[in-house]
Design a protein around this ligand. Structure first.
Ligand SMILES: NC(=O)c1ccc[n+]([C@@H]2O[C@H](COP(=O)([O-])OP(=O)(O)OC[C@H]3O[C@@H](n4cnc5c(N)ncnc54)[C@H](OP(=O)(O)O)[C@@H]3O)[C@@H](O)[C@H]2O)c1
Length: 250
């Protein structure tokens, strides 16, 4: 079978756990030349590198810190690489009703999910090859009004908006920009929401809301990311692809 990622290089922010890790792993399994992953915790990055096994470089850093983003791209530059696929995936999500939200909570989400994601793309521009594919990790929360996640949902609506504008701005370089919007996916992120039995119950509730009757797996996001990252999706640009078992459609 032809290798759709032959000679290509990817950057996956937040590639140490969850869907970022699943995507980096799938890219390597599908023959990508090299993948750079990021995250704030060194031990999680080391574990991810061991799991991916080859053709991977981990760079520690916080996407909300612009100096860390510069360091990430310096590492790519020093390895004489250009970027064909950028998955701006790192993000945080915690629930809180409006009455309890304070400035710190607001900034935590907007700094990582909006500012961090935006500058992840902007600072990659000199390294992106013409014709590259940029994926932004959105959420079904871009279009839904789930109670308790007003701040998170607003950050993801901003992400969806970036894909529209940036697809237009970067079209002259044939760079495609798409939003991949996951539904309820079983990742460590949910440990920020609940723990123990309460987490098990939460997952059961999520599953009930899905037409397919179950949560999604990180690799189901990775499969969609692989499609959007490759030439298989060569005429798909500016869209929001929901990978959610149907939740956002009902
Ligand atoms: N799980 C879901 O149901 C769901 C649904 C829709 C959308 N999403 C989105 O999917 C993306 C990935 O989440 P996930 O569910 O796979 O969660 P996850 O397992 O918690 O993964 C998040 C990844 O991002 C990294 N990260 C978080 N904040 C960061 C920051 N400020 N700078 C750099 N790296 C950071 C984490 O590593 P460190 O903690 O070590 O930094 C980790 O590698 C997020 O954007 C999330 O909003 C998730």
């Amino acid at each position: 079978m032809e290798n759709k990622f032959a000679g290509k290089v990817a950057v996956v922010t937040g590639g140490s756990t969850g869907m970022g890790l699943a995507t980096a792993k799938r890219f390597v399994e599908e023959g990508i030349d090299h993948v750079f992953i990021t995250g704030r915790r060194r031990e999680a990055l080391d574990a991810a590198v061991a799991e991916i096994g080859k053709n991977v470089t981990a760079v520690e850093g916080d996407v909300a810190n612009l100096a860390d983003l510069d360091r990430l791209y310096d590492v790519v530059r020093k390895q004489n690489r250009k970027i064909d696929v950028l998955f701006a995936n790192a993000g945080v999500s915690q629930p809180k009703p409006i009455a309890e939200v304070d400035e710190k909570f607001f900034d935590l989400h907007f700094d990582a999910n909006v500012k961090g994601l935006y500058f992840t793309v902007q600072k990659a521009l000199p390294l992106l090859n013409d014709g590259a594919s940029v994926l932004l990790n959105g959420s079904i929360a871009t279009t839904k009004g789930f109670p308790g996640i007003s701040i998170y949902s607003a950050t993801k609506a901003a992400v969806r908006s970036f894909a529209r504008t940036l697809a237009n701005e970067l079209g002259n370089r044939r760079i495609r920009v798409n939003t991949l919007s996951p539904g309820h996916i079983d990742t460590p992120l949910l440990e920020q929401w609940q723990q123990g039995n309460a987490l098990t119950k939460l997952k059961e509730e999520f599953a009930k809301n899905v037409p397919l009757g179950r949560m999604g797996t990180p690799d189901e996001i990775a499969k969609a990311a692989s499609f959007l990252a490759s030439d298989e999706s060569s005429y798909i640009n500016g869209v929001e692809l929901f990978v959610d078992g149907g939740v956002a459609q009902i």
